[in-house]
Every structure is written in structure tokens, then in C-alpha cells.
Design a protein around this ligand. Structure first.
Ligand code: MG
Length: 380
């Protein structure tokens, strides 16, 4: 049995209302999805995180070395893709293309073997995962609080016990926004902040100190992902945990973060860091430093399902009798691709249940796929 066909789909859906974060505004959602078909007729789906057309081009570049391999030998396929990218792209979008293919191969392998990906990864350490809502993007920069009260209430009604909000507009305004949200959600909701590397060291330190009394679970990307040393310095100066990694790639990149003691939590995006094959290695590496791993998840239902299987398999270090909840990022901002492309992930009583069907365990909505596809290419 071998890989017979690879197809790329660049999907796009316009947003009903643009939203901002510290770097730019989103007007639409655009995602590259890959479909891999085996000679036995089984299908695997994957997704890359990054500019969709470039991810699709990367997949096209990799197809000659992926076609005709056995879908059961995912590590061999991964090594060939890594060798074909190392000279040009030790980090960046080509790695998202590698990730998309790798994820599709895992889905395919699971379907061929009749086994959920979480079991293929080594086993289900937990059957339910605690989702945190990612939201509170800015719809109006003149009045950044607009809609936040309704948004917080909506998340609480859905059963979320943890939420992550955007910061990065400036230290004073950030402090006002976070204080307001803490007031709205009360003391029992876990609250995180994410500046998407908006600050220099002094600003990040000033904001961290002002936020300390507000019980913030982590400060995500306070600084540029290039500044490993400053991130270490910041960790020494604040009681808030520092999280980063969505702009990091491969175990070699994460080794930089870990060896520099830059973070308390690493956040690889499985659809960019090198796929499931590499994310598992990154997780092992993080455990050797006693650092937690909570993946960055932003995309379609494929990305969400991938993260669910991955987190279900994560080892709890240190172990203990009553295990802590593991968290999964669940983006709640407008995204028709996430809502319509795949069967929905089940959220009940504040938890996501780990799918137990073969592969990644979702149904593809082929009508939605067709409707949202901007460009479709196939390679045999
Ligand atoms: Mg982030």
C-alpha cells in the first residue's frame, strides 16, 4: 500500500466584521487543507498554519518525495521532507507544509489501522480536556472594550472556565482592559493574556507588574520570539508564568526556548512546528526541562482535532494521584471554516471529549469544502 494522490485546498471565508489584535486586522479566514489518498482508497486530512497559498505551494514542492511511500511509515516520510527543507527553511512556512502532510499521514494511518490517532501516539492518558476560550479581539480600536461584557457572558454560558484575551495596545490601556474583564468574569475564571510579541522588555515588565494582582495564569508572547534571553530575564522579574512558542519550529527551535529557560509553558502549533511527529518529540524535550506544553491551536476543525489527540496522549510530569486538567486552546472568534468544514468537536460540562473513532475522528463536510475552496490542485 502506498500514497497515491495528494490534493491541496486553499479555503477562504470572509468575516462579517473585521477584528484586530496587536499586529494587524483580519478581514477573512484563509486556510490550506491537504487530502492524501492511499492506493487502498483510504483518505487522510491535514492542515498547515500560515499564509494558505504559500503552504499549498510548499505541499506541491514536497509531493514528489511523499507520493508512493507507505502511509504507515510516517517517520520515514517526515525524515525525507525534513531533508528536502533543511537547506532552505529551518523555520517558517515550508515547515507548515511539512506539518500539513505529516498530520494527513497520521489521519490516514489511523484509518487504515482502525485506530484513533491518540492511541497511535501511544495511548489515551486522559479522555477529556479542559478547553479555554480564545477571544476578546478588538472590533473597534477607538473603544476596545466594545462587546466584551456580552462576549464574556457567552463563554461562561457555554461552560468555559478559562479564557484568553488579547493585549498589546499599550501598557495603560491593556491594564484597563484586563481589569475590566477580571471584574466581569469574577475571581473563579482562569484568565490569560496574549500580546503577540508587541512589547520591548521594559514595557512587558511594566505590564506584567501591573497585572500581577489580577491572577493572570500566563502572559503569552510578551516579547519578540527572537529574544530568548530577555524572556528569561522577564521570567525572573514577575510572578506571572511566561508562555511562548507559536512562532517556533522543530525540536531544534524549541530546544533554544528550553535551554535559555525562556518560558514556563511551550506552545507549539502542531500545524506549523513539524506536525504530530515532531510535536511529540517537542513534548518529550519539554518534559526533560519540567516545562508544560499547551499547543497553540488556530484554524479549522482539523487543527482542533489534531490538538485533542495530541493533548490526550501527553504525559503528566510530575505524575500524581489526582491529575490536573490539561488545557486546549479553543478559538471562539468568527470562523465559518472551523464551524462548517468538519463535524463539531463535542464540548460537555466544560470539557472536550477525546474522539475515539479511527484517525483524527471527524467527518469532512464535502459540501462546505467545495463551497469554501478558492484553489484546488491535485498531484499523482
Ligand atoms: Mg498567541
Amino acid at each position: 500500500m502506498h500514497i497515491d494522490k495528494i490534493e491541496t485546498f486553499v479555503l477562504e471565508e470572509k468575516l462579517s466584521k473585521r477584528f484586530y489584535f496587536s499586529q494587524w486586522a483580519y478581514e477573512s479566514r484563509k486556510i490550506c487543507v491537504v487530502k492524501i489518498t492511499s492506493s487502498s482508497g483510504e483518505i487522510g486530512w491535514g492542515e498547515g498554519y500560515g499564509p494558505a497559498e504559500i503552504v499549498a505551494s510548499g505541499i506541491k514542492y514536497l509531493t514528489p518525495i511523499v507520493l508512493n511511500n507507505s502511509p504507515l511509515e510516517n517517520e520515514l516520510i517526515w525524515s525525507k521532507m525534513y531533508r528536502a527543507s533543511l537547506d532552505f527553511a529551518r523555520r517558517g512556512v515550508l515547515m507548515a507544509s511539512v506539518s500539513a502532510i505529516d498530520i494527513a499521514v497520521w489521519d490516514l494511518k489511523g484509518k487504515i489501522l482502525g485506530c484513533p490517532v491518540s492511541v497511535l501516539l501511544g495511548g489515551v492518558q486522559r479522555k477529556k480536556i479542559r478547553p479555554y476560550a480564545t477571544g476578546f479581539y478588538f472590533s473597534n480600536l477607538e473603544s476596545p472594550f466594545d462587546g466584551f461584557e456580552e462576549e464574556a457572558k457567552k463563554y461562561i454560558a457555554k461552560g468555559f472556565k478559562a479564557m484568553k484575551m488579547k493585549v498589546g495596545l499599550g501598557v495603560d490601556i491593556d491594564y484597563k482592559i484586563v481589569s475590566r474583564i477580571r471584574e466581569i468574569v469574577g475571581p473563579d475564571i482562569q484568565l490569560m493574556v496574549d500580546s503577540n510579541h508587541a512589547y520591548n522588555y521594559r514595557e512587558a515588565l511594566a505590564l506584567a507588574h501591573r497585572l500581577e494582582p489580577l491572577q493572570i495564569s500566563w502572559f503569552e508572547e510578551p516579547l519578540s520570539p527572537e529574544f530568548y534571553g530577555q524572556s528569561y530575564d522577564l521570567r525572573q522579574q514577575t510572578t506571572i508564568s511566561i508562555a511562548s512558542g507559536e512562532c517556533e519550529y522543530l525540536r531544534f527551535g524549541f530546544n533554544q526556548l528550553l535551554q535559555n529557560k525562556s518560558v514556563d509553558i511551550v506552545q507549539p502549533d502542531i500545524c506549523a512546528c513539524g506536525g504530530l511527529t515532531e510535536a511529540k518529540r517537542i513534548a518529550s524535550l519539554a518534559t526533560t526541562h519540567g516545562v508544560s506544553i499547551i499547543p497553540h491551536t488556530w484554524g479549522s476543525g482539523i487543527a482542533l482535532h489534531v490538538a485533542t489527540h495530541f493533548i490526550a496522549n501527553l504525559e503528566c510530569i510530575p505524575g500524581r494521584l489526582i491529575a490536573p486538567d490539561f488545557l486546549i486552546e479553543y478559538d471562539q472568534t468568527e470562523n465559518a471554516i472551523r464551524d462548517q468544514l468538519t463535524s463539531e468537536i463535542e464540548m460537555k460540562n466544560g470539557y472536550i471529549n477525546v474522539p475515539n473513532r479511527p484517525g483524527l475522528g471527524f467527518e469532512m463536510n464535502t459540501t462546505a469544502l467545495k463551497k469554501m475552496t478558492l484553489v484546488h490542485e491535485q498531484f499523482t
